[in-house]
Write a new protein. Structure first.
Length: 245
């Protein structure tokens, strides 16, 4: 599952790459500050491109909340939902059936721009974090769903069955986030999509060759250490691990 991300791209780069504008220019200094490690369970503010206003980058809270909640319900809901993932991820196979996702899949899809994300690898009952990024260092677009709670957007990252590369890395759960090319990202936000077209987009394979992955520090998993530091995305070798590619 995808519970940890990195966002180090400047707003201007995201605007140019995705052909969008920041919804409130006053927020640019806040989102220009690099975040090397977003821990999803802290429900950070991130940027998304929402289907309803797909010409904008808008601030959103990571962790989808049912649309019948109020702003005052958001924090209590996160405390309650932590036992089943805090709304951070949604299985793409359930988007038309789950009581939260089915309210969003037709009209509230989104793209979450990230510079990279982390996945756990299990080796002899020990966990090792891997970092994934674009091979060419371009921003990555993750597919998601969102709800609007009063003035807040809350979102989740969609996941799917692992590709051969992700199956080697995320070797227990064997899942991966739904990654979309720039063209597919634009299509994902198209208001005219029908059910079969949505499913087609969810099942397009993003080439493993377009990604670079490597192991990073286990500090990522240590809640007693501040892992939101630039070195957390630096490569760390573990001689005991077999190579994944």
């Amino acid at each position: 599952m995808c519970f940890h991300t990195s966002t180090t791209n400047k707003v201007k780069r995201l605007e140019k790459h995705f052909d969008v504008s920041l919804s409130d220019p006053k927020l640019e200094p806040y989102f220009d500050k690099p975040t090397y490690h977003h821990n999803g369970f802290s429900h950070p503010n991130m940027l998304v491109i929402p289907q309803e206003k797909n010409e904008f980058l808008a601030p959103a809270v990571w962790g989808i909340v049912p649309s019948n909640k109020t702003a005052d319900d958001i924090k209590p809901y996160f405390k309650e939902s932590v036992r089943y993932g805090g709304g951070l991820n949604a299985r793409s196979e359930k988007v038309f059936d789950h009581f939260v996702y089915r309210d969003s899949i037709m009209e509230r899809r989104c793209i979450i721009p990230v510079s990279g994300f982390f996945e756990p690898h299990d080796h002899k009952k020990k966990k090792y974090p891997f970092y994934f990024k674009s091979a060419d260092d371009s921003p990555i677009g993750l597919a998601g769903l969102y709800t609007v709670i009063d003035t807040y957007i809350t979102f989740t990252i969609l996941t799917k069955k692992a590709s051969p590369l992700f199956e080697k890395v995320h070797n227990l759960k064997k899942r991966q986030p739904v990654i979309m090319s720039l063209e597919d990202s634009k299509n994902w936000l198209d208001n005219s999509l029908e059910t079969n077209q949505i499913n087609e987009l969810l099942n397009i394979e993003f080439p493993d060759s377009n990604l670079e992955t490597y192991t990073v520090s286990k500090d990522l998993f240590n809640t007693k250490i501040d892992s939101n530091v630039e070195s957390i995305i630096d490569k760390v070798d573990y001689p005991e691990l077999p190579k994944v590619r």
